[in-house]
Design a protein. Structure first.
Length: 254
């Protein structure tokens, strides 16, 4: 069931979204060569604690997962696309890192993701990240009253395909509100003009996930969570929580 949020509820979701944005900013600042993924998770935990927020990631166990998720961020490095579990891995010069983070505050959720490089960046990684961010911006730009879910998917997919990148098969964005994952699903590719009409009060997590090698396929690690590119190429992920309003899209996680 799709729930349209009131303006007051969207304002409350903005507060949760600001916690997410602060956590991602702090993690990005802390990320450097030699820093472990567990240390980055602790940075995010401290931001959540200071804000009086909790993590919708910690303990989360969807139907595909063999175990509850043990962290407050997903930390995916190089060929890991999404859902990487933070561990003792220490960042190396040239790593491409994607961090996904959520927050629950006052009964509302926020969810966002960023990708960045550590140390000396590879030009190919810079282009991949920039394209992922452009795809996100295109999707947000299509998130207007009167459009449909398919218009968001088409906007994202057009940017990705024209750049020669793959789009992670079977994964995309989602509705968000009282829970981190709500209806509707938001694909990252597809024909325009299809799907649910966009109305004032619909709040979506829009999140392109691009694969540098151009393929769309992936596989899961033995941990059951980390999803990697089949071709071993690098991946990038960007996400914002966005409210659709009569005045245009309102980003809640900046």
């Amino acid at each position: 069931m799709v729930e349209l949020k009131t303006d007051t509820s969207i304002d409350a979701m903005l507060e949760a979204g600001q916690v997410v944005a602060s956590a991602l900013t702090a993690v990005r600042k802390a990320a450097d060569v030699g820093v472990s993924l567990l240390e980055l998770d602790e940075v995010a935990r401290e931001v959540l604690r200071a804000a009086g927020a909790t993590s919708p990631f910690l303990g989360y166990r969807p139907s595909f997962a063999p175990t509850p998720f043990p962290a407050v961020i997903c930390a995916s490095v190089n060929d890991a696309i999404v859902h990487g579990i933070p561990d003792g891995y220490r960042l190396r010069d040239g790593d491409l890192v994607s961090i996904d983070c959520g927050a629950q505050l006052g009964g509302w959720a926020g969810d966002a993701a960023i990708s960045f490089t550590v140390g000396l960046p590879r030009p190919a990684d810079v282009r991949l990240i920039e394209t992922t961010e452009r795809a996100l911006a295109a999707g947000i730009g299509a998130a207007v009253v009167g459009n449909r879910i398919g218009d968001i998917a088409h906007a994202i997919g057009t940017v990705c395909r024209e750049a020669g990148y793959g789009i992670m098969d079977g994964f995309g964005g989602h509705g968000i509100g009282r829970r981190m994952h709500e209806d509707p699903s938001v694909p990252n590719d597809g024909p325009p003009g299809k799907g649910m009409p966009l109305r004032h009060g619909l709040v979506l997590a829009i999140e392109p996930m691009l694969i540098a090698g151009g393929g769309d396929t992936w596989h899961a690690d033995s941990d059951g969570w980390t999803l990697r590119t089949d071709d071993g190429s690098r991946a990038a992920h960007a996400e914002h929580t966005v409210a659709i309003t009569d005045s245009g899209p309102r980003i809640l996680t900046t």
